[in-house]
Write a protein that binds this ligand. Structure first.
Ligand SMILES: Cc1ncc(COP(=O)(O)O)c(C=O)c1O
Length: 487
């Protein structure tokens, strides 16, 4: 494709994106395909010869759009928000267009230095102190794994340079909450700690936040049998209910054993942009690492996850490799992001943040976050006030966990009703919600925060929930479906 051909196709693509975004509110929110339907709509072999761009665009409408859950829809309340602000989409396109190879500072100095600047901007906007330095990772899952490798190496005195974990006499232990995201357990396994050395510390039954007293006891129990507390992953904004682990107390307990504290604020981190919400993040500045995702609520398109650490030198000592072909005379003066994480090559992801912040401006982002907090509180108040409905967990952020309890329905029958009404809402196409388990029973999470969702949308959702549950009750109950546990 020549630049001139690109120009023509590019204009058409931008028009298509703008038209698509305009149409999104009218599309069914849930993906409209059965398993295998998308692949069956595609040829079995790759084209030998160029196809017209119009055919490719037509297939976006015919094949791709129906195969996507419309997370940009005002009716999207599933999982967590996954906003893809159009300003950041432009940054993504620019990133591809520049075509930079990010392997070292020398390969694209601008890629490195724009990333340094925007991660510093966001650090300051979040009220973190200047002791933190950040890098963009693909996801919070990767951020957690990187933090875990750093913690492992600190606790083991650099075991990777010798016999690794296999040569240690005392097992290293990781502590987290049972409410923590599944990526924490995955990282602990991948980092070699082993499932036997992953502790799920008790949580408060109401707030579902980690109990620091239980953490202290768990660490003492491990030390008593010769194990070494190596790391705590504090979940600040858990996936199920957005519970906030008490970081100051966790840091204090961890410090007694020299354990690393990683704060997983993948979802909640966006709220740090709001000074009035910072009390929820007290103590974070004293942790060792922090991950949060602008690609969730804040709205910089995937994949834009931030990992901040306080001891960059330690991180670099764990991650650094210096093959001769990557060495240059300026190495001592520059940041080499290849040494701050796992991949060598990186995209110019910083452009997504740079465009988003510059084109939308921080104040508009803050106002949107405030709007969503307000909408979630409004919804929670409606649910609380309605007979037969219950809010199941505190609502510190924008996710409301609800259950509808028709008289006389309990246990499995209540579960079946819950799954039936959430399926009915999702099948209707006007909204999308997620079911998830809490204390062994199904509940529904209403995660407010799509960029397009305004108060009238939330009010319409609340009407939809009440009419759907009333209809199912009038039809004489429901049958559930097997589901999956979130987190
Ligand atoms: C608390 C928490 N941590 C981590 C993750 C994983 O995020 P990512 O998809 O960026 O790996 C999620 C995803 O929702 C989450 O809610």
């Amino acid at each position: 494709m020549t630049p001139e051909e690109f120009r023509r196709a590019g204009h058409e693509l931008i028009d298509w994106i703008a038209d698509h975004r305009t149409r999104v509110p009218d599309l069914p929110v849930a993906a409209q395909v059965r398993p295998g339907e998308v692949s069956a709509a595609l040829p079995r072999t790759a084209p030998e010869h160029p196809e017209p761009f119009a055919d490719v665009l037509a297939d976006l409408d015919r094949v791709v759009v129906p195969g996507v859950t419309q997370t940009q829809s005002p009716g999207f309340y599933g999982w967590f928000p996954s906003n893809a602000s159009l300003a950041s989409v432009l940054g993504d396109i620019a990133s591809g267009g520049v075509g930079a190879l990010g392997i070292t500072w020398q390969s694209a100095p601008a890629l490195t230095e724009v990333e340094q600047v925007v991660t510093d901007w966001l650090r300051d906007l979040c009220g973190l102190s200047t002791q933190w330095r950040g890098a963009i990772q693909d996801t919070a899952s990767t951020g957690c794994l990187v933090a875990m490798l750093a913690a492992r190496e600190r606790a083991s005195g650099g075991s990777e340079h010798g016999g690794g974990l296999q040569a240690l006499e005392a097992p290293l232990v990781v502590y987290t909450s049972p409410e923590a995201h599944s990526s924490v357990a995955k990282a602990a396994l991948l980092a070699g700690f082993g499932a036997d050395n992953l502790r799920y510390v008790e949580v408060d039954p109401v707030t579902r936040a980690m109990d620091p007293g239980a953490l202290r006891q768990a660490m003492a129990d491990d030390v008593a049998v010769g194990r070494v507390p190596a790391m705590v992953v504090a979940a600040v904004g858990t996936t199920g209910t957005t519970a906030m682990d008490p970081v100051p107390e966790i840091v204090a307990v961890a410090r007694e054993h020299g354990a690393w504290v990683h704060v997983d604020a993948a979802m909640a981190g966006s709220a740090m942009l709001l000074p009035e919400m910072r009390h929820l993040f007290a103590g974070v500045d004293d942790a060792d690492s922090l991950a949060w995702n602008p690609h969730k609520w804040m709205g910089t398109i995937l994949d834009t996850s931030l990992l901040y650490v306080r001891d960059v030198d330690h991180l670099v000592s764990v991650m650094s490799t210096t093959p001769s072909y990557l060495c240059a005379s300026t190495d001592a003066e520059v940041v080499q992001y290849k040494d701050w994480g796992i991949p060598l090559g990186r995209r110019f992801r910083a452009l997504k943040l740079w465009f988003h912040l510059r084109l939308d401006g921080v104040e508009a982002i803050r106002e949107r976050l405030r709007r969503d907090l307000d909408n979630a509180r409004w919804l929670a108040a409606q649910v609380e006030a309605e007979p037969g409905w219950r809010v199941l967990a505190p609502v510190p952020l924008q996710t409301v966990c609800v259950v509808h309890e028709p008289p006389g329905l309990t246990g499995d029958a209540l579960d079946a009703h819950t799954l039936a009404w959430v399926d009915a809402v999702n099948a209707g196409g006007r909204a999308y919600l997620g079911a998830s388990r809490l204390d062994g029973r199904w509940m529904v999470r209403v995660s407010v925060g799509a960029e397009a969702t305004e108060r009238p949308d939330v009010a319409a959702l609340w009407d939809l929930l009440r009419t759907t549950t009333a209809r199912l009750a009038a039809d004489g109950g429901a049958t559930g479906r097997p589901g999956t546990v979130m987190s």
